[in-house]
Design a protein around this ligand. Structure first.
Ligand code: AKG
Ligand code: FE2
Length: 317
């Protein structure tokens, strides 16, 4: 088992609330319920043993040739020792089917990010429109020796999210949801993601802490994962080793009517997307967000991608 390395004397939120073991659950729905509970309380939730070792090996092998060619990213959002790889949906089939396609992750994502516009008027008719979450981006992060702490931040700046303080989680606060999957061990020494439990409930005018004393370091073994609401303060941490590279892969979802952080239509050859199951093609972005958003010729973009599918695809809106 990995561990959660706490640097402060005692956290207010018991770790058992957000450190779960996939193998301890007889049903996925029971696990999903506890993940949702943990996320509401802490803003992040670890699920140990969520992915099989052969899945992790395949993902690591499939991204390896691309990863070898990545350069440091300009700017100071990441330290120069960090390498990122983007657009994983068309680079690793295993990642896409098992991680982006994880039913556990989708159930939680649907819970936090499905939008329902109830009772909008069309003349004297009142209608309800449901917009399901979509893919926001996919990315691998490898933190190399010598990297400094990444600054604490919230990922939901992408969608200009700005919330006030609440005592208890209120559905609707979030515009993004992430699952990080460990492909290498992640340790306090090699750059484990660290986060501030409870900070998803803070007023957004409050800055993040200036030190790591209240941070939880998400130490994981390959196959463990960490889910996180985009409203929680977090960041990669320093890699103080001389030879240990920390590798995680991430899938991120957002609300169906918001702009995707990574442009999925240009990031991937459409032929690659067509090879995915229809429901994943839709999730990647080839669908309508009701009402009206995303049409081509007033029809469903899934038809443009799969003309042969005909009536199978629900046309129009
Ligand atoms: O590398 C990590 O652990 C986290 C990276 C991250 O939060 C980001 O780049 O937005
Ligand atoms: Fe982040």
């Amino acid at each position: 088992m990995g561990s959660v390395n706490r640097t402060s004397a005692e956290q207010e939120i018991p770790i058992s609330d957000y450190d779960l073991n996939y193998e301890a659950y007889g049903s996925e729905d029971a696990l999903v319920e506890d993940i949702i509970r943990g996320l509401k309380i802490a803003g992040g939730c670890i699920i140990r043993n969520a992915f099989k070792q052969d899945t992790i090996t395949s993902i690591t092998e499939e991204i390896r040739p691309f990863m070898a060619n990545t350069d440091a990213v300009d700017g100071d959002f990441w330290p120069k020792e960090t390498r990122t790889l983007n657009g994983l949906v068309s680079k690793s089939e295993t990642f896409t089917l098992k991680v982006v396609g994880s039913s556990m992750w989708h159930k939680v994502s649907d819970y936090f990010l499905t939008s329902t516009l109830r009772g909008h008027w069309n003349g004297q008719d009142q209608l309800t429109s449901v917009s399901k979450p979509q893919l926001n981006n996919t990315i691998a992060f490898r933190i190399g020796p010598g990297a400094r702490d990444q600054a604490f931040h919230r990922d939901d700046i992408v969608h200009h999210t700005w919330n006030g303080a609440v005592d208890k989680y209120e559905l609707g606060r979030d515009n993004g949801f992430t699952m990080f999957v460990a492909c290498s061990p992640t340790t306090k020494a090699n750059g484990a993601t660290r986060f501030i439990p409870g900070s998803h409930l803070w007023d957004y005018s409050s800055p993040p802490p200036t030190d790591n004393s209240t941070a939880v370091y998400v130490e994981m073994k390959p196959g463990d994962c960490f889910m996180m609401l985009s409203s929680v303060y977090h960041g990669g941490s320093a890699n103080t080793t001389t030879d240990d590279y920390r590798l995680i892969v991430a899938t991120v979802s957002t609300r169906g009517y918001l702009r995707q952080e990574e442009n999925q239509y240009l990031a991937h050859p459409p032929e690659k997307i067509k090879q995915l199951p229809m429901w994943l093609q839709k999730f990647v972005g080839y669908t309508i967000s009701h009402p009206f958003a995303g049409y081509v010729d007033l029809g469903d973009p899934l038809i443009v991608l799969n003309p042969e599918a005909g009536d199978f695809v629900q046309a129009g809106y």
